[in-house]
Structures are given as structure tokens and as C-alpha cells.
Design a protein around this ligand. Sequence first.
Ligand SMILES: [Zn+2]
Length: 218
Amino acid sequence: MVSTLAFMGYFSMVAAASTPGPNSKPDLANQSTRPPTPRASGVRPALPAFVDWPAFPFEGDLRIKPLQEPVPAEPPRRGDRQEQCAACHTPDSVYLWSNERWRLKSPPAPSGLPVVVILEPRAHLDLGDLSTMHAAELGVLTVRLERAIRSLESVAQVHVNRWGDGTAHLQQWFLARPHGYLQLRGPFMTMWDEILPPVEEHEWKMNLEYIAAWLSDD
Ligand SMILES: [Zn+2]
């Protein structure tokens, strides 16, 4: 998982850039009047403006956790040692689709969004380790997957994420926003995925089979 600081910074930056609609963006003109955010000073900073945006999933009394002191050395990520990497020890039968160099999987059970899928290289590589060929294929597959997922009737948009902190083996996430649910627009959708009731198992399986068939159809 990303650190709290990076997480909030990411949300603030991306949500400001991508969350459409009236009253959904912070008033940038007023941001310079905010007091500077203290870092690990023991003083609680004021709540950021995005807590008032329609897409923010929580309401009521909120407060920011104290920021922990930075550690001198980063801990290992899951699978930093390949012999302990879950992806490298998972057979193709667990995946929705695979080819010579790439595999696509889903979480084991449906969640609140109509589609959540994860693209991984077959080799034990992170994003910055990809060869030029791998990088080119990732670009092509990203576009194909976005197109496949967005072509589902129940889907309006597809968000593509890579969180570098979780696993050493590259995982690129594709998360589908359900059609018409404007309140889910923007980066808070990853939170809504765990808040909304799971989609019907039958619909979830149909969607995944559709995407796998799209990728297999060269
Ligand atoms: Zn691996």
C-alpha cells in the first residue's frame, strides 16, 4: 500500500485533475490561503478540501492521522525475493487469460465495481525493469483492455493504476466505473469498490469471460 502522505497527495492531485462536474473541484484560488501542512510536527493539519467533494465517500467528523516519522530504510516489498513471489508460483489455470509474456487475473470474488482485473508480466519484473518489447506490449495490452472493459454496457469508464508499494512483481490494475454512477468519478472509486455491495456473481463471471474472450480474439 502507498504511504499516507503519497496516498493523500495522489488523491489531491489526481482528483483535482480528473473529477468533473460542478462543485467537485477545489477552489484553487483559495488554496494559497491555507496554512502550510506541518509534517510530523505533532500539529494536526486542517482537513483538505477534497473531503467536501461529492466523490469523497465519507462524511461526519473526520480527523487526519498523525504522520509517522520516516524510516531510515524501506522494508522489502512482497515478492522482493523471487522464490517468495506469489505471482511467480501461481499456475496459468488461476488466470483469466495468458500468452507468452503476459497474464490477466481478477480478485477471487466480486467486489462493488463491475470489473476489476490485474495485468502482470509472466516474468518477475517490475515496471522499470521491462524491456522495450515488454513496454511496447504493455502499451498495446493496456489499450486493448481498456477498450474491452469499456465496451461492456454496464461500464462508463476504466481507471488504470499501478501501485508500486505492494508487490515487487508488476501489477497493473484496471477498475471499471459503473455506468451512470457519477458520484464514483475519480480516484475515490478505489474506496467505493470496497464500500458498495458486491455485484452479482453471475454478472461478474460473464464480464470476466467477455474480457478474456476479447483478449484471445487476435
Ligand atoms: Zn514474481
